[in-house]
Design a protein around this ligand. Sequence first.
Ligand SMILES: Nc1ncnc2c1ncn2[C@@H]1O[C@H](COP(=O)(O)OP(=O)(O)OP(=O)(O)O)[C@@H](O)[C@H]1O
Length: 236
Amino acid sequence: MTALLDLESVDVHYGDFQAIHGVSLSLDEGETLAVMGANGAGKSTLLKAVAGLMATSAGAVRFGGQDLAGMAPHQRVAAGISLVPEGRRVFKSLTVEENLLVGGYSGRPGPWDLAAVFKAFPLLAERRSRTGIHLSGGEQQATAIGRALMANPRLLLLDEVSLGLAPVVVKDIYQALPVISSRGTTVLIVEQDVSQALSVADHVQCLLEGRTVLEASAASVTRDDVAAAYFGLEAR
Ligand SMILES: Nc1ncnc2c1ncn2[C@@H]1O[C@H](COP(=O)(O)OP(=O)(O)OP(=O)(O)O)[C@@H](O)[C@H]1O
């Protein structure tokens, strides 16, 4: 079976600084992969390389078997890759419902519409007429994820889902992830909260200073294994 997302020995640079060193990964349709690592490990950079916001300097990024080299970010969205960036960025003057409808503008067919998003995030259904400026951090995060789903992506990229959110809100957001997967959407999630990541992921990959130091099925690793990889204890 061809992987939905396949990275082969990818390097990414910011000028002279190399942030990603030869990272490979493979993600099958319908699966969830959690990429973990400490601050500065390269997680966001990797997501940006998949979304087309950062150029790769070596290696290949393939989506559904197609090499994405040279494909612009908007073309990747049209092909079925949606990114929820760190910091959420909902439209503050629009209501929840309007934010979601903006996401559906690209018109890809698929299982996600307003009703499906409200079913996955019941808290949004209650807030559908509220403007972005009046939403809590968690409601903004849910809106940002819902907006990305409205584009009916085959691959949803989620950056730092729980950053800065209260634990109770994080729980609400994480409850939606199995619902998202159950509709066939493949998820690549960047997360610093190891327990949350392990609770939803099929596979985990840990980065340290831009290199893969752990790659495993979520069922086969413990929090301690991941923490050790995080801090480079296995590699030394
Ligand atoms: N715009 C930039 N210019 C130069 N270096 C950058 C830039 N953005 C990130 N970096 C560097 O690239 C490396 C990887 O950063 P990245 O943001 O991908 O890490 P991260 O694992 O997502 O961490 P965080 O959780 O802090 O976002 C870090 O050393 C960072 O300082």
